[in-house]
Structure formats: C-alpha cells, structure tokens
Design a protein around this ligand. Sequence first.
Ligand code: FE2
Ligand code: FE2
Length: 467
Amino acid sequence: MKIFNEKKQNKFLEHFIGLIFFVIIGLIFYKYDIDFSMVILTFILFVYAKFFRKIDNLPSNLDLCILGMIAIWIPLLTITTFKISGYGISVIGFAILITLLFENLELSFIFSVFISLLGASIGDNNLGIGISLLAGSITASMLTIRIRRRFQVIKAGFFAGLILFIFAYISERRLSPFVMSGLDLPFLRDLLSVCLINGLLSSFIVLGILPVFEYIFKVVTNISLLELSDFNHPLLRRLILEAPGTYQHSLVVANLSESAAEAASANSLLARVGAYYHDVGKLVKPDYFTENLVRFKDMHKKLKPSISKLIILNHVKEGVDLAKKHNLKPKIIDFIIQHHGKTLVYYFYHRARELEPEGKHEEDYRYHGPKPQSKETAIVALADTIEALSRTLDEPTPSRIEEMVREVVKSRFMDGELDESSLTMKDLEKITQSFVRMLNAVFHTRINYPKDESRNNKQTKSKENKS
Ligand SMILES: [Fe+2]
Ligand SMILES: [Fe+2]
C-alpha cells in the first residue's frame, strides 16, 4: 500500500514538473516575443509522445524538461544573443545527442521539429530556415541511430551539415532569386561554412559532453558500451587471470544473452556487455565458485552451509563495490545487482536442511534482489542459470536441452522473478527458442561422432607397416 502511494506521489510530481515546464517556456516565449503557437505545438507533441505513442525508452518528465530547456536556449542564444545566422542553430548536434542517448528516432524527430520551428520563428519567421534545419537534423538522427563508433558521429555531423547546406541554398535562392541568379560565390562560401561548421562542430561537442549527459540521464550509449566490451578493461583482465572459469561462464552468458535480446527486440549490446560484468564480484573469492573449482579443491567442504551461503550471496554486493570503484555505468551495475533477483541458493539451503531439518528459514538463503527491472537484465538472469545448468547435462541432446531451457524459464516466470522486467509471453517464447538454438549449436560441436572403423583400420595398418 505504501509502495502504491509512493508511486502515485511520484506520478503526481512528474506531471507537476511537466506542467511547470510549460508555464516556464510560455514565459520565455512571452519575454522574447516568440509566436505562442510554438508552446501549444510543443505541448501537443509531448502529450502525444508520452500518453498516446507510449514510446519505449522515453525519459522521465524531469529529464524531458531539462532537454526541453536546452532545446529552447539553443536557437535563442544562437540568434538573439550571438547574432549568428539561423542556419547556425545547432539542431544537428541536439538531434545526434538525443539519438545517441535514447536510441529513439521518434523522440529525436519531435525535438528536431520543435527546435527547427522555433529557429524559424525567431529568425524573422523564415520557414526556409526551419525546413533546412529539420532536413539536417533528420539526416543526423538517421545516420546516428545504433552507431557504435565515435568516428561515425563525426561522419553523421558532416553529411547532416551538407544536407543543411543544400536545403539552405534552395531556400535562399527561392527567397532572393535576383541575388542568387548568378553564382554569388562569397555568399555560397559563407553559407557552406556556417552549415558545415554547424554539423561538424556540433558532432565534436556532442562527443565531448556525452559522458556528462550519460551521467545526468543515467543511460549508457552504444559508444560507451563498446568501450566497456574491450577485454583490456581492468576488471575483465582480472577476471581472465584470477577467475578463468567465471570468465568463460560470462562469455557464454554474453553470447546467449546477446542473441536472446536480439530476438526479443531488446538492446543486444547492453545485454552482452552487462553479461561480461555480471559476476565480477566473484573476483573477491573466486575459488569458492563451482566454475573455478577445476584449479582448486572444494572450499565449501569444511564450511557450514550458513557460511557458504554468505560467501555466495556476497558476490553481488562485492561486485557492486568493485564496479563503483572502477566507475562502471549504473546501467551495467544493474546487471550485477539484479542477475540473481530474489532466487534461492538452492544447494546450500538443502544442505542446511539436511543438517538441521528444523529451524532453517528459506528467506535466509535467498538473494536480496531486486528482481530484474529491464528486459536485458532479465535475459542475462535467465542465461546465467541456463549456462550453469547446461554444464551439468550428461547427454546434451536437443530434446534435453529444450526441456531444461523451458523448465528454467517456466520456473522463473512462476516464481514471479520476471514480473518487473516488462518481458511479455511472446518475448519469453522467442528468448527460449534463441537459447535452445544457441545451446544446440554449442553442444553440436562437442558430440562424439562414431569412429570410422575402416579408416581407423587403414591407419593402424599403415602404422604397423612403418614399424
Ligand atoms: Fe552471479
Ligand atoms: Fe553468473
């Protein structure tokens, strides 16, 4: 009940912040004598995005207000304060920033329409400026979506600047046919410079300020994810050297998760990188985890189940501490905190019950949660268990693999572990099929093929002949 009230309060606060935002932009527009229909248009666009389209990955109202404020000041500062041409309004940079942060073209388009029309409105109601800025920003968004390398951002900025120039040229020619009848080279040069500087400079600036915005909005871009997937990261290097079993386990979990996330239309790169780091907490006591036991003796043999349980449960907390020490992004830390949800440390719970049938409380042997909160963390949680169980299969035939995968997914679903992850039944079926397909491919290579007797005989005979 308390949670419900808190949720209701937060929702109320969010709507209140949204309303205040529109009052403030109304006042700004009034002060700068901007067409008031812009406020109404913005309001309609955001209401559409928030309530009717229910766009995925949409930032909170507070985040939208911060972005909205920046969006207003970009054209105001460019034209009113710095007296730069309307074509210099950095809508390209803003479109790139939004697309990189939220991987969402619709949201980027809404902001592009807003800034472009605002620019046109401030720039003496020159619709040509608005259309040119819109063409440039749409190009920038289209070229930036799902990119993974910094260089691609610069490329997107350059081409968006070129498109901005083409539209600006057409627009200016239409407005002043006499001036532009011949080749007015100085004018063309100035226009090209403004447009290209707009595109290129804003893409450089966006790359520079991206980490700040990732921090403010608690998101992680594909560019940062790719940098985190480098195995030269100190935590991953330590995993390779100090806990090779956990490293191998994390690699398989990453492969399983990436393919499943792709199937469920989730962020596959985020799932892969999250899986790399999900068990870094095992670095503190690597020899107490089964996957590293090859090199060590069973460290739990002489321990009480209650102590063993503490060591196992602690790898989550220790993982979070290590991740914070190495400045990992909150989105990656989510995988460490959520990958066990509130599941039971089954083995030690049963050992405890065998030793002391009375008085052992199941809750003491559960991870502290929270349950997976996103599609990606839920997928990694499932892949984690499935990878561990797949190693215990004696004869991994396709039917046994499928039976095991379906059992894990079903039990997690029935336990309510996936309740907060926004995975649908359809997603779960796609994820299951993806896990089965991937595991079959892994185990296919390990199946012992029947020996070719005739070939063996020939080889033996030739060896005999040699000797
Ligand atoms: Fe774990
Ligand atoms: Fe794991």
